[in-house]
Design a protein. Structure first.
Length: 288
């Protein structure tokens, strides 16, 4: 084991030591920036009787972080066998800075900086799993599997579903997020819709490669922005909480950013409770 990797493991060791009723028709949806005048009423969603609990793994990474590719591989391996796992790669911190040499692409975002600043300890790589323990809490890559399994083994208090359609002539992406609740949930409830992109190739430091500077590294699940901010907005009629059987819906008309390849992008809807933890999440691949 190289000294860089061994040192990192040692640092992590210290850090870890320290530290129902069925409603047939949905409620009238609350619309946020949706152009109903152009595209008509938001769609109705099929009723759900069994909710699906999903997990959000936020991987704080950076292109000048040599240990980050190994962490990304752990995330990929987990997602390959767990379809309910959503991976989001957040580029942030000093190792995500650009330079005039190889690392001239800025992968950081305003939203990513918000998430980074929430952390109780800032370093790459580390991760959050459904922001359990609060938004400041974090886990080392070696802990991700156990945390993900714990979330996926739990019961869902809300089921989330998402639909979208792209209008090329206008450059509009219409997005609709629907939720049905299966337990009493206290507000405030916020829904954020994040934009991820995969398939970009650029420079990355990888301590497991020779040479360590990899010119054709493929970046996946990279946070590129959001439809309504890092922390989102109130989830319609459920903004102040909800009871079993109640539903809520938000719809958006978003001016798509041409710098992002639509066919390589995905939307991730994240519903958070009053303590900032994730109640549930759903991902929608736009290229499908």
């Amino acid at each position: 084991m190289r000294w860089k990797q061994g040192l990192w493991v040692g640092i992590w060791a210290v850090l870890v030591a320290v530290g129902c009723d069925v409603i047939e028709d949905p409620v009238v949806p609350t619309r946020t920036g949706y152009r109903e005048d152009l595209y008509g009423p938001p769609p109705s969603f099929p009723d759900v009787t069994t909710p699906v609990q999903r997990a959000l793994l936020e991987d704080f990474t950076a292109h000048q972080c040599g240990n980050c590719p190994a962490a990304a591989r752990i995330a990929e391996e987990l997602a390959a066998t767990r379809p309910e796992l959503v991976v989001c790669a957040i580029h942030a911190g000093n190792l995500a800075l650009t330079d005039d040499d190889h690392f001239d692409t800025d992968w950081t975002t305003v939203e990513g900086d918000v998430f980074w600043n929430q952390l109780d300890f800032q370093a790459n790589p580390l991760g959050r799993v459904n922001r359990s323990g609060g938004p400041g809490n974090f886990f080392a890559p070696a802990q991700w599997e156990a945390e993900v399994n714990g979330v996926l083994g739990g019961s869902a208090v809300v089921d989330l579903a998402m639909q979208s359609d792209f209008i090329p002539a206008a450059g509009h992406l219409n997005v609709h997020v629907h939720g049905k609740f299966f337990a009493d949930v206290t507000g405030p409830l916020n829904l954020a819709v994040l934009v991820l992109e995969s398939g970009m190739v650029d420079y990355q430091i990888d301590y497991s490669s020779t040479p360590e500077v990899v010119p054709d590294y493929e970046f996946k699940h990279v946070l590129r922005g959001s439809l309504n901010g890092a922390l989102g907005t109130g989830f319609g009629t459920a903004s102040n909480g909800a009871s079993p059987g109640e539903t809520a819906q938000l719809s958006f008309t978003y001016n798509w950013n041409d710098a992002w390849v639509l066919e390589q992008s995905a939307l991730v809807a994240v519903l958070t409770g009053p303590d900032g933890t994730v109640l549930n999440v759903v991902e929608l691949e736009l290229g499908e």
